[in-house]
Design a protein around this ligand. Structure first.
Ligand code: FAD
Ligand code: SIN
Length: 525
């Protein structure tokens, strides 16, 4: 058992922000599955939204966020995040993030749903620069211990105390050391889940391999409520390539003038769907692309920015430009074939403005949460921002309440006495593939009740098999992830069946209209 003051699950933007904000006050352990740079943060392209232009206002950013979120957002959260955005950017600059500049001022790009230019960025690889700066700062702090290669399995609660208690008080996590195969208990006075989204529940996703909703599933199993899990965001423009399956083409390409076209006729179709054309919010553009592909039996649509000055295009999107060249596509001369793909998990663990969950001692921040910021659809580049604001909010609350956070009691070690090594790994692979396929086909961009029920039926059948497997065999990262993917699939489908309207990202042919009142889908364990 290892004991620190605070345990953080996740080394992305949310986890590291919290760790850095806490480290002058207490000893922090940051756990990550695989590598420290394995989360979505390092993959972010477009940038971070903040009101920094003289012609822009907080009210504009708040309004754009609420419009994209189809009114399901909690206004006080939106105000809280938007008003804290300039401070978050300042902190990142202090940590050395080299945001692009133009004539000494920060260069602001534009993305769908934003009425103003307000996205700060580092070329088209913002996430990598942010991840590197946060890691450098965390590594330099003597109070922060970074421990990669730890796949957390479950939260430690009162039920795991040596003197059993039925309390939902959270004391840390059981984690599989991916190298040794041993499971350790990591305990502290408070735990922060910053474990990212559940994108890999879908067959096609821009998210990294580890986005399997582990934190959401762990919190749910421990008794925390989750909210709006049906709100899965699909990005309109993921590269269509038979070898490279999840390479994102940033929305900033459309922000800087890229247009969407039918690949055969060359027709620019977005104005037929929305007056904002390519700069409509993401749900609308993703549905339009999906509609074109299905209606005309296409494999992909075209995203074209070749009408712009080649130096501008290559200079603005150097990483995408280089990557596409290796695949034989010159974006300065020809259109890019693109398809929609799952991109962001808007729902998650319900938190308040201090990052508190329902469970005493458990906080959460970032993509694994539902803070009220995104509502029914996340506005582009608001998610990294949410990580910085809530990572810091959780840390501040912990510091404020420090005297009331008692040290952890004795915890029972992980019991592996009744499990053996698996002789049927094929079960894991089969179930992984099956979940991701039926979620894509039945719980995708356009839904129906019948398709959702088909998915629910499959989930019910698989749950017994996966739980039986989990109960008999030694845990591996793949098994931990499979169990969590299935749990998240169940939460998504249950939430989707619950919503009897089409709002934001949840679009169903059976209930195409909007109900008069926006109501969160809150699931109670
Ligand atoms: P992540 O960065 O995903 O980190 C999750 C961490 O949790 C990782 O360290 C992981 O190892 C760890 N973890 C997970 N499960 C476990 C477990 N069981 N045990 C231990 N550790 C675990 N947003 C923007 O605002 N702007 C953008 O331009 C942008 N571009 C994007 C481009 C792409 C391709 C993608 C996929 C997303 C993009 N997003 C963007 C979304 C944004 O990147 C994410 O929402 C954000 O980075 C999430 O940060 P996080 O800290 O919550 O989680
Ligand atoms: C992108 O660059 O298109 C992604 C931005 C985001 O997901 O916020």
């Amino acid at each position: 058992m290892s004991e620190y003051d605070i345990i953080i699950v996740g080394s992305g933007a949310a986890g590291l922000t919290a760790a850095i904000a806490l480290a002058d006050h207490c000893r922090v352990l940051v756990l990550a599955k695989g590598e420290l740079t394995g989360g979505s943060t390092a993959w972010a392209q477009g940038g971070i939204a903040a009101v920094l232009d003289a012609g822009d206002t907080f009210e504009n950013h708040i309004e754009d966020t609420m419009v994209a979120g189809a009114g399901l957002n909690r206004r006080e959260t939106v105000e809280f995040v938007v008003e804290n955005a300039p401070h978050a950017i300042e902190r990142l600059i202090e940590m050395g993030v080299p945001f692009n500049k133009e004539a000494e001022a920060l260069h602001l790009t534009r993305e769908g749903g934003h009425s103003h230019r307000r996205i700060v960025h580092v070329d088209d690889a913002t996430g990598w620069a942010v991840q590197a700066a946060l890691l450098k700062t965390a590594e330099a702090h003597p109070n922060i211990t970074l421990l990669p290669g730890q796949a957390c399995i479950d939260l430690i609660t009162g039920r795991h105390e040596e003197r059993y208690s039925g309390s939902g008080r959270v004391w840390g996590v059981y984690a599989l050391d991916e190298k040794s195969g041993k499971v350790h208990a990591h305990v502290g006075r408070a735990t922060i889940l910053a474990s990212g989204g559940a994108g890999r529940v879908y067959q096609f996703s821009t998210a990294p391999r580890g986005a399997t909703g582990d934190g959401i599933a762990m919190a749910w199993r421990a008794g925390a409520r989750v909210s709006n899990m049906e709100m899965m965001q699909f990005h309109p423009t993921c590269l269509y390539n038979l070898e490279v399956k999840n390479f994102l083409i940033t929305e900033a390409v459309r922000g800087e003038g890229g247009i969407l076209k039918h690949p055969v006729t060359g027709h620019r179709y977005m104005p037929d769907y929305d007056e904002r054309a390519e700069l409509a919010p993401r749900d609308i553009v993703a549905r339009a692309n999906d509609d074109q592909i299905k209606r005309f039996g296409l494999d992909y649509v075209h995203l074209d920015i070749s009408h712009k000055d080649p130096d501008f295009v290559a200079g603005h999107f150097p990483n995408i430009y280089e990557k596409l060249l290796t695949l034989g596509i010159d974006m300065t001369k020809q259109p890019i074939p693109v398809v929609p793909a799952q991109h962001y998990t808007c729902g998650g663990i319900l938190i308040d403005l201090d990052g508190r969950t329902d469970l005493p001692g458990l906080y959460a921040a970032g993509e694994c949460t539902e803070s009220g910021l995104h509502g029914a659809n996340r506005l582009a580049s608001n998610s990294l921002l949410e990580c910085f604001v809530f990572g810091e909010a959780a840390a501040k609350h912990i510091i404020r309440c420090w005297d009331r956070l008692e040290p952890p009691p004795a915890i029972r070690p992980w019991d592996a006495s009744r499990v053996t090594d698996s002789d049927e790994e094929v079960v894991i692979k089969q179930n992984w593939t099956e979940i991701r396929r039926f979620m894509w086909n039945y719980v995708g961009i356009v839904r129906t009740t019948k398709r959702l029920e088909r998915a629910q039926h499959r989930i019910q059948m698989m749950t017994g098999e996966v739980e039986d497997y989990y109960g008999h065999f030694r845990v591996t990262t793949d098994l931990i992830e499979l169990r969590n993917l299935l749990q998240c699939a169940e939460l998504i489908v249950r939430s989707a069946l619950h919503r009897k309207e089409s709002r934001g990202l949840h679009y169903t042919l059976d209930y195409p209209g909007l109900l008069p009142k926006a109501v969160d889908t809150v699931l109670v364990p």
